[in-house]
Design a protein around this ligand. Structure first.
Ligand SMILES: NC(=O)c1ccc[n+]([C@@H]2O[C@H](COP(=O)([O-])OP(=O)(O)OC[C@H]3O[C@@H](n4cnc5c(N)ncnc54)[C@H](OP(=O)(O)O)[C@@H]3O)[C@@H](O)[C@H]2O)c1
Length: 345
């Protein structure tokens, strides 16, 4: 009986392996995965070009002719965007909430790049109404702006269930991440459009900071996760509308980066510092990095890209197990933060 059974199993296996259709299917799936892996490799290590990408929006001009506007520019990733743009011949409009920090940064940049211009604009992104939007539009139209970096953002103080999130916190996150970003973008687009129209070789860029918090729906960071998912779709939708004006939009996806917001101080393989991160963004502009499945989207830092690619290809970003792991990760951060707080009291 056992002999008969094992004969029929091997016969069955022979049948499967000799079935051409299955063999072709298997071959096709393997080929598809290899092709995607090859594309990831090309995107991350071959196609990117930091200097060339940054020249596109400056018309190969290194003499401080055109302007970029960076929001949340006084710290973390925004400060690094500002410094790298200034070093590549861009004037930068510095927009953030703390006037003294803005003045100090403007002075520091002017000392380093004498030819450059670094005007400041004080704006608390928590309260951007129609009047503020019009005021900003009026200010910006005085400068030939080609680049907008929508960097300003707020996350939860610590991971927290939505039910326990204070209204002050979730409103601030939506106000800063969504309302202010839309208002600022609407104030700046007409000026970018006008500037780009002055030269057939020039292009405009709107770059918005997304997050892995939205790539994977993130329990205990629900409002932040939702706000960044909103920016993801908004930016991708707008991409099609703005291409006809020669304005590129990129939404940038990132896992943790060392900063005040992430509360991570030491860089590691998976957590770059702002300098390394921004270098990877400019190197991979209009490229996908690890975000192969999405257009006008980039996961630029190499280890984030491999992480994004692996989860997407092997499980799917909306997979329930991935979501459970994410929940446990944030729960452990919450428990540690609460323990630390109770020790301090
Ligand atoms: N760090 C990460 O791990 C990470 C990961 C994924 C995505 N991101 C995204 O990257 C962006 C930058 O994050 P970051 O870590 O660099 O943040 P950060 O270190 O906290 O810096 C935030 C910047 O925004 C300014 N700002 C904060 N609240 C403001 C307000 N109400 N009005 C105007 N300006 C305000 C801050 O000004 P002050 O100096 O005056 O405080 C500072 O310049 C955010 O959109 C974030 O969601 C970050």
């Amino acid at each position: 009986m056992i002999g008969k059974n094992s004969y029929s199993v091997s016969e069955y296996l022979n049948k499967i392996t000799s079935c051409k259709l299955l063999a072709y299917l298997g071959f096709f799936i393997i080929l598809q995965k290899l092709y995607k892996f090859f594309r990831l490799f090309l995107n991350l290590f071959v196609l990117g070009n930091y200097n060339k990408n940054l020249q596109v929006y400056n018309n190969h001009n290194t003499s401080y002719k055109y302007y970029a506007l960076v929001t949340g520019c006084t710290d973390g990733i925004g400060l690094e965007y500002t410094k790298q743009l200034a070093s590549k011949g861009y004037n930068v409009i510095l927009l953030s909430r703390t006037e003294e920090k803005l003045q100090a940064l403007s002075k520091e940049l002017k000392q380093e790049y004498e030819q450059g211009s670094f005007p400041i604009y004080v704006l608390n992104c928590k309260n951007v109404d129609e009047d503020e939007t019009a005021k900003l539009a009026n200010f910006v139209k005085n400068y030939p702006v080609t680049v907008l970096i929508n960097n300003v953002g707020l996350s939860h103080a610590i991971p927290v269930p939505f039910l326990e999130t204070t209204q002050e916190e979730w409103r601030s996150i939506i106000d800063i991440n969504c309302i202010a970003t839309l208002a600022i973008t609407q104030s700046v687009i007409p000026t970018i459009k006008k500037t780009v129209g002055t030269d057939p070789k020039l292009r405009g860029l709107i770059l918005t900071m997304g997050s892995f918090g939205a790539l994977f729906p993130s329990p205990l960071l629900a409002t932040y996760s939702g706000s960044k998912a909103f920016l993801q779709n908004w930016s991708m939708a707008m991409n099609r509308e703005l291409l006809k004006y020669k304005i590129d939009t990129n939404i940038v996806l990132s896992y943790l980066v060392t900063s005040k917001m992430s509360k991570v101080r030491r860089a590691s393989l998976l957590i770059p510092n702002p300098k390394q991160f921004v270098q990877s963004v400019f190197t991979n502009l209009n490229n996908h990095g690890g975000a192969l499945e999405r257009y006008a989207t980039c996961t630029p830092y190499w280890s984030h890209a491999v992480y994004h690619f692996a989860v997407q290809e092997f499980f799917g970003c909306y997979n329930g197990i991935v979501n459970l792991i994410n929940y446990k990760f944030h729960l452990s951060i919450r428990q540690r933060a609460l323990k630390k707080k109770s020790k301090q009291n």
